[in-house]
Design a protein around this ligand. Structure first.
Ligand code: SF4
Ligand code: SF4
Length: 463
């Protein structure tokens, strides 16, 4: 059977000669755009405010990959907590996959920093300075004049200043707000590396938002590239109701014509330059601008809204309404289980990690009072920001622990090492290798129970 469908084999913003097609989207307006603006303001407030928030004097979030120091919700995490990061990474991957299979690119349209920065900050400034799409097109085509120079210089000046601000915010998440303040208030010569990193970040942001723009979503973003394998006919996406809309016809509705009046408004507002009427495409970031545009048109021609809407291919084809199906419930349950497991791991994570090994190459010693002793090495990682005085206490069998040096204190956020003797009565050491249990305590609270072994003379048949 002949394939009558039309396919593109290149992205919408590159022409046949391989040159960039610059997109001049019309300023969107409508309910969803207003909601997206409100959500963006909320998310931007979180992004800009988080580095300033402290919990018990510690940052809410610090991701210092350079010094391998991480603080999440005021709790320090060390390389020893790597397993939590592994579980978190797996959860995020599973979350992203499951979420996308069900809800498509909801993330891209509503929460992705790239979309928020581009559409809600940089694009809005562009509209303010250069006007709407037609005025921008005209300005770009016009020869250089005082007006054009002023508008372009103003726009790019503001874009660069905003890029510097964004790079500083991202740096605050890496080095912390105090170090950032110091970096900003002192001479660049004193922090040349930090200053150069900040400049590099700023230049990258500026280049992305002034020039590269939607190409990030279509060519660079790995999540965007994954859509082809994650979406299926049941996935909820921004979709054109081809059953209702086709055959499209300009002007008054005639017999057999669909609801689409072929006004091209949905294409004009699209920031990635596509026509959603051709079906789900790689470039669509689900920004909902075409939904708003089409709803506006439908209001004018007095036809029901929702010719372009959130729906699945199957939903449009079979006319079924969007519902919380068993599939969505199942996926949501899996996500809930994973998130619960992650929260439990986070909250039950130990504040101190103790490792105890019997000192290699040393056998038991017989003490003058007749007891037996074994020497052990202890390493304790203190993951808190407080100094922790430690005690060791025998649980079984009854016996004595003598720390060499008398005291054991774990300094904040570091590793302490020491050695200690376990002293047991001979009657409690019936085997060559006797199991022993003791606890590591701090402030009277048991931090960890340690199971180890005690070497004795082979007086009885041992293990
Ligand atoms: S905005 Fe609506 S009516 Fe206009 S072309 Fe697009 S789908 Fe058709
Ligand atoms: S097709 Fe619609 S939802 Fe997709 S990017 Fe374009 S305007 Fe946004």
């Amino acid at each position: 059977m002949a394939d009558t469908e039309q396919y593109r084999d290149s992205v919408s913003t590159i022409d046949k000669e391989g040159k960039r097609v610059w997109v001049f989207p019309k300023k969107p307006k409508g309910n969803l755009y207003r909601w997206r603006t409100a959500v963006s303001v909320f998310l931007l407030a979180i992004l800009f405010g988080t580095p300033f928030v402290k919990i018990n004097g510690q940052p809410l979030l610090l991701l210092n990959i350079i010094e391998r120091k991480f603080v999440i919700f005021g709790m320090p995490f060390w390389p020893q907590d790597f397993y939590i990061f592994m579980v978190a990474t797996i959860t995020i991957v599973v979350f992203v996959v499951l979420f996308t299979v069900v809800f498509g690119r909801l993330w891209c349209g509503w929460a992705c920093p790239q979309t928020i920065f581009m559409e809600m900050i940089f694009r809005k400034i562009e509209y303010l300075i250069e006007g709407n799409a037609a005025a921008q097109r005209k300005l770009n085509a016009a020869p250089m004049s005082a007006e054009k120079f002023f508008k372009k210089a103003l726009k790019h000046g503001i874009f660069f200043a905003l890029s510097v601000l964004l790079s500083n915010i991202f740096l605050a998440y890496i080095i912390g707000i105090e170090d950032l303040k110091e970096l900003i208030t002192s001479s660049p010569a004193e922090h040349l590396t930090g200053f150069l990193v900040m400049l590099l970040f700023s230049a990258a942001f500026y280049w992305v938002y002034a020039f590269f723009r939607e190409q990030i979503c279509t060519m660079v973003c790995p999540y965007g590239r994954l859509q082809g394998v994650l979406l299926d006919k049941k996935t909820i996406v921004v979709a054109y109701d081809f059953l209702r809309g086709e055959p499209r016809k300009k002007g008054k509705k005639t017999e057999g014509a669909g609801d689409c009046v072929d006004c091209n408004m949905c294409v004009d507002v699209c920031p990635t330059g596509i026509d959603i009427r051709n079906g789900t495409q790689l470039e669509c970031v689900n920004c909902t601008a075409c939904i708003d545009a089409c709803n506006g048109v439908m209001d004018k021609v007095k036809r029901p809204r929702g010719l372009i809407r959130y729906d699945s291919y199957e939903g449009i084809q079979k006319g079924t309404k969007l519902s919380f199906s068993a599939r969505i419930m199942g996926y949501s349950a899996i996500l809930l289980i994973l998130l619960t497991a992650l929260i439990l791991l986070f909250t039950n994570r130990s504040a101190l990690d103790a490792t105890v090994l019997r000192t290699p190459g040393v056998l038991f010693q017989e003490l003058p009072d007749g007891r037996l002793s074994n020497l052990y090495n202890i390493k304790v990682v203190n993951k808190t920001f407080d100094e922790k005085p430690l005690e060791l206490q025998m649980i079984s069998p009854k016996g004595e622990i003598e720390i060499i040096g008398g005291e054991l204190t774990a300094p904040p956020g570091s590793l302490c090492e020491s050695s200690f003797f376990i002293k047991l009565d001979k009657k409690d050491v019936p085997f060559r290798v006797t199991p022993v249990v003791f606890v590591v305590k701090s402030g009277g609270i048991i931090l960890e129970e340690i199971k180890s072994s005690f070497l004795g003379p082979a007086r009885q048949k041992g293990r």
